[in-house]
Design a protein. Structure first.
Length: 257
């Protein structure tokens, strides 16, 4: 059995561009696209998912891979995959921002630890929310939903030079802005409660100037903050689930479903 050069190139092309879209998804996907997962493992996952998905990918027109058109198609596939993973990964960024705001209000802003996913220091409250979101992400089969979304995207957004538009890119930006406003809403109960505690300390300081409010107020602020976190934890779980559901809906919308 012999193959011509055109047949070999067509076979490589049939696997190459779907692989780039899937690799782009894994680059930006939550947990899988972080620094904790080695690049080699991500490459193995991308190849494995490509082997499972490519046979169901609709056929597309032949284009010379080593050409300007082939380069544009490669960039489009990477952008599609990265965008699908980014809309879900932004949820974790929102939880980090909300946890940081709460930690600052509690006086625990200095209690930071290195986040292995990003390599930077984040407050322990943010890390707690990220761990909670990670467990809920896998319990909701979020990783399988992302694979299903990228698999269906080959039918709605075929491999070609046309892919994401400016409106799609602007939709991702608007989605990020809406998520940041959700971070403020997430931290709003703690902000309001800490403000009441601070006002109470202000009244106490005014009534008894000899009271060392700095020695008393700091532990009380932390105790009240932990109490508020425990009281709002059940609502926080519902809020995280709602954010993930909205993120998956936006990813499906971005994929044209």
């Amino acid at each position: 059995m012999s193959f011509t050069d055109t047949e070999i190139i067509a076979l490589i092309e049939a696997w190459l561009w779907p692989f780039f879209r899937i690799a782009g998804l894994l680059m930006a996907a939550p947990m899988i696209g972080t620094r904790t997962v080695p690049v080699t493992l991500r490459l193995i996952l991308a190849v494995s998912i490509s082997i499972a998905i490519v046979p169901s990918v609709p056929p597309f027109d032949y284009v010379e891979p080593i050409s300007s058109t082939g380069l544009m198609i490669t960039i489009q596939q990477l952008l599609i995959g990265i965008s699908l993973g980014l809309v879900v990964r932004l949820v974790f960024l929102v939880l980090e921002v909300g946890g940081e705001v709460i930690a600052m209000q509690m006086g625990l802003g200095f209690a930071a630890m290195v986040d292995p996913a990003s390599g930077r220091q984040v407050p322990v409250i943010s890390q707690f929310y990220v761990i909670l979101a990670t467990l809920m992400f896998f319990s909701l089969n979020g990783h399988l939903i992302l694979i299903q979304v990228v698999s269906d995207s080959f039918k709605t957004i075929p491999v070609g030079i046309e892919g994401l538009t400016r409106n799609d890119a602007w939709g991702v930006i608007e989605w990020g802005g809406w998520l940041l406003s959700s971070a403020v809403l997430m931290a709003l109960p703690a902000i309001a409660a800490m403000m009441i505690v601070n006002l109470s300390f202000g009244v106490m300081t005014r009534a008894a100037p000899q009271l060392n409010i700095f020695a008393v107020g700091f532990p009380i602020m932390m105790i009240m903050g932990m109490f508020i976190l425990s009281m709002t934890l059940s609502n926080m779980q519902e809020h995280i689930v709602a954010l993930f559901e909205e993120a998956f809906r936006h990813a499906n919308q971005l994929a044209g479903r």
